[in-house]
Write a protein that binds this ligand. Structure first.
Ligand code: 1BN
Ligand code: ZN
Length: 357
């Protein structure tokens, strides 16, 4: 009986001895307000979220590039340009996206040309959106070539590669739905700029003349920035893909992106490193490139990062094929396409899960 046991003096002594023996062990089990539990420093601060990211198909991206190049140079105002525009719009629609064709007249330094921005929207009804963009035109001259300088170039890397990846991302979105709106904007007339040396009597280039010359490039993004496809259009952030498909591509930090979209740029380069592409995405500054992302950021509040291959130090920073007839399918490398595509897909699917930025 319990009462009998507790009244027995020798049993009390045994009980006290047992409690004294067990005290150090019992202290570990009883919560105490004075001594907080030792934190487990190996535990993550918040539960890790595993996001499933589909694999980008580099062969498919390659074929999207080849199809564009097979039309010939896509210079605004030419039949090849018109045919390629029709094919791109049809392709985005086939992949389930809603397409807006934004026609405009590109006032180039050599005269007016018919041009069109092609805007493909994934889940246009959603307000949470990401902007991906690239230019789809190819340069009207081969001004860096030693021969046939007056002829237009194929622009396999400088033009078709970015669009090839946008189409592959559209295909991936259709096959792997995402709870996020994505706008894939194909800017026209990016590459019709004036790259001529100043005349000797203009050898001192003023700030005004430098800015005027910069505005001869990126005519499609300039038009879009002043005529948004939806009034008040915005997105959480943007990524521009330019020259993203060549063998030996290197993507250092482009400086307008670093100045105006540093958080997005850093996060993209973190992902590249995490996926094992750290040497392709080195964390060094490559200088300023007047590209479509500058005009996107001038016309909206969307921080936009240019992923652009700048493999060399100045003055010939771009690949040796840049603005020459060598910018053809021979420079395109499936491994480069797969790496850049996988980085962008990881950004998108993490953004969709709310774990990017
Ligand atoms: C990028 C690819 N760009 C043209 N083709 C932008 C650019 C503009 C590059 C001016 C150099 C000078
Ligand atoms: Zn170019």
């Amino acid at each position: 009986m319990a009462t009998h046991f507790i009244r027995n003096k020798s049993m009390w002594i045994v009980l006290v001895l047992i409690l004294a023996f067990l005290a150090p062990y019992l202290r570990q089990c009883i919560p105490s307000s004075s001594t907080p539990p030792t934190p487990n420093i190996s535990a993550p601060a918040k539960p890790a979220v595993t996001v499933t990211v589909p694999t980008i198909n580099a062969d498919s991206a390659y074929l999207f590039i080849k199809k564009q190049v097979d039309f010939g140079p896509r210079v605004p105002g030419t039949p090849a340009h018109k045919k390629c525009a029709a094919w791109m719009s049809a392709e985005f629609k086939r992949l389930g996206l809603s397409v807006i064709e934004q026609k405009f007249t590109a006032q180039t330094y050599f005269g007016p040309r018919d041009a069109v921005n092609i805007i493909a929207q994934y889940k246009p009804e959603l307000s949470k959106r990401i902007l991906l963009c690239a230019h789809w035109d190819s340069r009207h001259i081969a001004d860096k070539d030693s021969k046939d300088k007056a002829n237009p170039i194929l622009g396999a890397d400088d033009g078709a590669s970015g669009i090839g990846l946008l189409l592959e991302i559209a295909r991936t979105l259709q096959a792997n739905p995402l709870d996020l709106g994505v706008d894939l904007i194909c800017f026209d007339a990016e590459d019709l700029g004036d790259d001529r040396e100043s005349a000797p009597n203009e050898s001192v280039m003023t700030q005004a003349s430098a800015e005027a010359k910069a505005r001869t490039w990126c005519l499609g993004s300039q038009y879009w920035a002043g005529n948004l496809h939806k009034p008040g259009y915005t997105a959480q952030f943007g990524i521009l893909l330019d020259m993203v498909g060549a063998k030996g591509a290197v993507f250092p930090y482009e400086s307008y992106s670093k100045d105006r979209a540093p958080l997005v740029q850093n996060q993209i380069w973190n992902i590249a490193e995490e996926l094992g592409f750290g040497s392709m995405f080195p964390r060094r500054d490559a200088g300023y490139v007047t590209d479509d992302h500058v005009f996107v950021m001038n016309g909206t509040s969307i921080p936009t990062v240019d992923i652009i291959s700048i493999p060399n130090p100045p003055p010939n920073s771009f690949g040796s094929y840049h603005h020459t007839h060598n910018d053809n399918m021979n420079v395109i490398d499936r491994a480069t396409l797969g790496s850049v595509g996988q980085v962008v897909a990881t950004v998108l699917y993490r953004a969709g899960a709310g774990v990017f930025l």
